[in-house]
Design a protein around this ligand. Structure first.
Ligand SMILES: [Zn+2]
Length: 524
């Protein structure tokens, strides 16, 4: 028996591994590569396996870098099932549809760009002169409905007319919808048959709602083999969710191969205990200035934690009760999924809310904004409020409109609660914010938002510690503080330096550790 590592080996996206038991081939996750467009698009389109040969798939959690290629898997020849936890199955209904929508918009944007340059060139050839700004603007008008929306019909017609290639999305919303029919959700700690004498049992991973350690048990030639795949490991002591599992069922303790993530294999996080007091300070200071707090946030996990913590602060009357707007339809739908899975909450949530019959994600100051019109009205609302909106790194979505109306005013706060990747607007706000804190007298830096520049005068605050990934101590505790007895460890899902450092730590504790490269086969 062996495991082949296809993605998230020496990197953090595109998680996908194949467990070969001899009788069956079980896919562990089917994630999307994210990052530089060209490189990740090529990797996402090249599915490296023959789908006919895959018996079933096991999914650790709903994040797109673990689940985003499911519609690519189910698109043809796959006749297995996708086995996961119930909350993950619930969240995927929205996550995969949203991903399909993003794929369609991305493809349309690329079609727009290539057609636009073709038409510019054509205009220059016709007039034998450099194209004027006026000429460019006329062509853009032909291809766009307004400043933000493309005219897809007109774009595709002109592409056909001029014999240009039309770029297709990785998958469509309709293909995403069809893939949902393959997904089965099960309770935690319930063995599900996934192959010949082979079962999977899910244990709480504490990373996001529904996230799981997948424990695969194979009975073969009179022996029992166990593979534990962590997926992403959460933090201990965070609000809402139960902590990652340390006590496994007696019959599951002996692990032949332990496959662990290592995103923060060499880093330490801010303590979880600091989150509440930091949030309280930001809310009070902004309210005192008469401003609003704008929070770019991921729709799944981070948004619900923020709602929960603000709810707690409001209930304890520790901060002024400004209205709170969740302005992301995806986040609103996923908050509903959170509300349906009380079995996943920790004891504190039961004590603080559920035992009193209170929904942690609803209170009289919160409003889930649905329509574009309501979102636009909110942009111009001058009274103090809190907005939680997506996308988390300010790359797209309604957050951009809140920013363009609010960044110029020093009474407002932009509160950053997540990791900002390089080359994103979120990262620029973060860096400018740090520079402004160093030197308050300098001219305000300029931010480019939706094609226009705005001076950044709002206060930029950052609260670390919200990370959904455990740090090096938390990752290690699953191995050293749990009741597992582990024979061999494979370290995946980390940048090379993080994986190498984590592997070194584990070796120094006496473990047999490998750091596989993409394509490596590891027998066990
Ligand atoms: Zn994740």
């Amino acid at each position: 028996m062996d495991v082949t590592f296809y993605g998230a080996a020496g990197e953090v996206t595109g998680s996908m591994h194949l467990l070969n038991t001899g009788a069956d081939r079980i896919l562990l996750d089917c994630g999307m590569y994210q990052g530089r467009r060209k490189e990740s698009t090529d990797k996402n389109r090249n599915f490296p396996l023959d789908r006919k040969d895959i018996t079933n798939m096991v999914l650790s959690h709903a994040h797109i870098d673990h689940s985003g290629r499911i519609p690519v898997l189910t698109g043809k020849d796959f006749s297995g099932r996708i086995v996961t936890t119930r909350p993950t199955a619930g969240a995927l209904q929205y996550m995969l549809m949203d991903s399909g929508h993003i794929q369609e918009s991305d493809a349309q944007y690329l079609n727009y760009k290539s057609l636009r340059s073709f038409l510019y060139q054509q205009e220059q050839n016709n007039t034998k002169k450099q194209i004027t700004e006026r000429g460019k603007s006329d062509i853009k008008k032909l291809l766009k409905k307004n400043a933000y929306d493309l005219n897809n019909e007109s774009i595709n017609n002109l592409q056909k007319k001029n014999g240009l290639d039309i770029i297709k999305p990785l998958y469509t919303m309709e293909e995403a919808r069809q893939s949902l029919g393959f997904i089965d959700g099960y309770p935690y700690k319930y063995p599900v048959t996934i192959g010949k004498d082979t079962t999977v049992k899910f244990y709480v991973a504490g990373h996001i709602l529904g996230s799981a350690f997948s424990l695969v048990t194979i009975k073969k030639d009179g022996r029992t083999y166990r593979v534990l795949y962590t997926g992403d490991v959460g933090r201990f002591g965070k609000p809402i969710l139960q902590d990652p599992t340390l006590v496994f069922d007696e019959e599951d303790r002996d692990i032949d191969l332990f496959i662990t993530e290592s995103t923060y294999g060499d880093r330490e996080h801010d303590p979880v205990a600091d989150l509440g007091p930091s949030l309280k300070r930001v809310l009070i200071e902004t309210f005192d200035r008469g401003g609003s707090v704008i929070i770019p946030s991921f729709a799944f996990g981070r948004t619900q934690e923020l709602i929960y913590m603000i709810h707690e602060l409001y209930d304890k009357q520790e901060v002024p009760r400004m209205p709170v707007f969740v302005d992301s339809p995806l986040a609103s739908n996923l908050t509903q999924v959170f509300g349906e899975h009380l079995e996943s909450y920790d004891m504190d949530t039961h004590e603080a809310f559920l035992k009193k019959g209170i929904n942690p994600f609803y209170f009289n100051k919160i409003r889930f904004v649905q329509t574009v019109e309501e979102s636009m009205r909110l942009n111009q609302d001058e009274s103090s409020h809190v907005v939680i909106s997506a996308s988390g790194m300010c790359e797209a979505g309604r957050i951009l409109h809140h920013l363009r109306y609010k960044v110029h005013n020093p009474k407002n706060t932009i509160l950053l609660v997540g990791y900002m990747a390089e080359n994103t607007l979120g990262r620029r706000i973060e860096e400018f914010g740090e520079a402004m804190a160093q030197n308050e007298k300098q001219d305000p830096p300029e931010l480019k938002i939706l094609g226009k520049t705005y001076p950044l005068r709002a206060k930029v605050e950052k609260i670390g510690g919200f990370s959904a990934h455990g740090d090096k101590h938390e990752l290690e505790s699953i191995i050293t503080k749990s009741n597992l007895r582990i024979k061999k460890i494979a370290v995946v899902h980390g940048e090379a330096s993080q994986s190498a450092a984590f592997a070194q730590t584990l070796r120094s504790r006496g473990h047999d550790v490998v750091v596989p490269k993409s394509g490596d086969v590891l027998p066990f």
